[in-house]
Each structure stands twice: as structure tokens, then as C-alpha cells.
Design a binder for this molecule. Structure first.
Ligand code: ATP
Length: 317
């Protein structure tokens, strides 16, 4: 597990951890022997495509579900114990607000569970909901409801906040304002675990990014390391040569040939790929270079694996 150790100091306290955790829903394996931990003071972005297992992992860590095998800890205890959740603020993906309660009443109700909550007017003002305080929650827009849910996660000044895709349904302005609030929470010493589909979205906030795909952790590192590894291009062209001719080229992740005869090289270094094609006197036509899709980028992580991160492979050649 990758827990940062402050230089010269003791290891960071682990606030939440999964130890070799597996979870299936019927025949679907959502998590496969995942080990993962969040240390105090970290902001961890949990990144992965649809169905990767992100929500399942968060639900286990926050005690909403139980693992089939392996163990989970929250503040060193079983996350299902109410005591362990006292210092946790969370907004699961599917939660909705109570339609008939007013916004102010909803915040007051949740705040009453904590010894030192953020005062309701202050919290609502921070989240741009001051003027909506007297409205029924059911009358809020989707974006306002989302903001209210995140505000509720923070009201008790928790030590750890777990948010599942908090910006879903928010416009750009609301999204930025939400990141600002979370950055303030972090500056005040808070620890964050946030899921997203997009590295761009979490890269300004996250101190560490963990990529999960098909129920397994496929990468764990700082933003620059992960960006280097998910930056993949597709170089496509027509040639008479078989796919195997290109597999050893520097930076290559995978090579495929479509039914229509187009050869596509997924590569971490499109410039070098094109240089190699020219230098090698490869007969090609119809050359095109595009950014790879997110799915292809995640696939590249699965292919390269933890033992051979792309930047090192690139440097070694
Ligand atoms: N309650 C459930 N019943 C059956 N299958 C489920 C259930 N919850 C999740 N799954 C399946 O488990 C796998 C992991 O789902 P999970 O929601 O954890 O992924 P995710 O990374 O959070 O996806 P998304 O980004 O789409 O929210 C998927 O194949 C999903 O269809």
C-alpha cells in the first residue's frame, strides 16, 4: 500500500484501509483482492471508467456494504460501527435530498448529530445556497441538490470526507466553486477521497491518484506519474506488414489491425512511433495520429502493469 511518509517524521496515520478485499454481486466481480489505504492529510482521487469498482470500494470503506473476503477499516475500526463513522463525512453517488424538508432544516437536522458543526448560515453561504435556505429541497435544481449533499458531508467538520462523483450534474462554475470548497477543507487539515472518471477534473486537488479498472488497482501515484501513464495516442495507417512488426517499437502499448486493414498502434510516444516508421522505411499510407479514448488509456495501464510503468520504459530505450 502506498501511504506517504512525511520526511523525517512518523508514517501518516491511516484513516481508511481495505486489505485484500473482494466483492461480487451475483456473477459480477466488482472488486478482486484490492488493497488500498488513505493516510491523514492526503487528497486521493480514485479514477476509473464506468463499472470499474470505485463506488463499491467507497461503499465498503464507509460501511454501507461488507466485503465477501478481506477486511476493511475506518479509523482503525469496523466501518459498520457507528463510532468509526463519527469523523466521516460522505456523499454516496445515489443519495437524494428529502423533498419536503427545507434546505435550512435539512442542514440543521444533520448538524445536530455532531458536537461542533459548521453553523448552517455559514455553510449555506459557502456553497452558494444562502438564498435557497427557506426552499424545500425538492424544489432545488439538480446542481443545487448536489451542492447541498456535499455541504452535508462537511457540516460535522469530519476528519475524512468520501465523495462519489461529487460534480455529476454541475455546470462549470458550480464545479469550480465546489473544488474551491474542497480545497479549503483540505487546507484546514482535512483528508479527502473522491471518485471521478476524469483525471483533468481531480488533478488540481489530488495529491495522489489511484486508478482502478475491472475491480483491480492498476496504478497508484502522484498526478504527474499517472498523467504520464494515461497519456496515450493512436497512430493509424495502412501497410502490408503484420502487426507483430510494430510491437517492439518504443512506447508501444498495443498493436491491432482492423477488418478494413487499418493498423493502429496505441503508444505513449506518437512522435517516436512516427519517426521509427520513417527511419525503418516502413511502406505506409493514410497516417493519422489522435489522442486515445479514456477507455484505451485505462487499458494501457492494465497492459503495462505496475511492474513496468510507461515513463520508465520510455526512458530506458
Ligand atoms: N447492486 C449491484 N448489483 C449488481 N451489480 C452491481 C451492483 N453494484 C455494482 N454492480 C456491478 O459491479 C461492478 C462495479 O460497479 P461500481 O458501481 O462499483 O463501479 P464504478 O467504478 O463506481 O462505476 P461508475 O463510475 O459507473 O459509478 C459493475 O460491473 C456494476 O455493474
Amino acid at each position: 500500500m502506498n501511504i506517504p511518509r512525511p520526511r523525517g517524521g512518523p508514517p501518516a496515520e491511516i484513516l481508511a484501509a481495505a486489505h485484500s478485499v473482494s466483492k461480487s454481486y451475483g456473477g459480477t466481480k466488482a472488486l478482486d483482492a484490492v488493497s488500498f489505504a488513505v493516510g491523514a492529510g492526503e487528497t486521493v482521487g480514485l479514477l476509473g471508467p464506468n463499472g470499474a469498482g470505485k463506488s463499491t470500494l467507497l461503499n465498503l470503506l464507509s460501511g454501507l456494504r461488507q466485503p465477501d473476503t478481506g477486511t476493511v477499516e475506518l479509523f482503525g475500526q469496523d466501518p459498520r460501527s457507528p463510532l468509526s463513522r463519527r469523523e466521516l463525512g460522505t456523499t454516496p453517488q445515489a443519495t437524494s435530498v428529502p423533498a419536503t424538508l427545507r434546505v435550512r432544516e435539512t442542514v440543521d437536522f444533520v448538524a445536530a448529530h455532531y458536537p461542533d458543526p459548521i453553523p448552517t448560515p455559514e455553510l449555506l453561504a459557502d456553497f452558494g445556497l444562502g438564498s435557497a435556505a427557506g426552499k424545500q429541497c425538492g424544489g432545488l435544481s439538480g446542481g443545487q441538490q448536489r451542492r447541498l449533499l456535499v455541504a452535508l458531508a462537511l457540516v460535522g467538520r469530519p476528519r475524512l470526507v468520501i465523495l462519489d462523483e461529487p460534480t455529476t450534474g454541475l455546470d462549470v462554475e458550480a464545479r469550480e466553486s465546489l473544488w474551491d470548497r474542497l480545497a479549503e477543507y483540505r487546507t484546514g487539515g482535512g483528508t479527502l477521497l473522491i471518485t471521478s472518471h476524469y483525471l483533468e477534473e481531480i488533478q488540481t486537488l489530488a495529491s495522489r491518484v489511484v486508478v482502478i479498472n475491472e475491480g483491480s488497482v492498476v496504478a497508484d501515484g502522484n498526478v504527474d506519474e499517472i498523467r504520464g501513464r494515461v497519456s496515450v495516442s493512436r497512430v493509424s495507417f495502412h501497410t502490408g506488414l503484420p502487426a507483430s512488426s510494430f510491437e517492439m517499437m518504443p512506447g508501444t502499448v498495443s498493436v491491432s489491425v482492423s477488418a478494413a486493414g487499418t493498423t493502429t498502434i496505441l503508444t505513449h510516444d506518437a512522435d517516436e512511433t512516427v519517426r521509427q516508421l520513417v527511419r525503418g522505411n516502413v511502406g505506409f499510407s493514410g497516417l493519422e495520429v489522435h489522442a486515445a479514448s479514456l477507455e484505451e488509456a485505462f487499458l494501457s495501464l492494465t497492459h503495462s502493469g505496475e511492474s513496468a510503468p510507461a515513463p520508465e520504459r520510455r526512458a530506458a530505450r
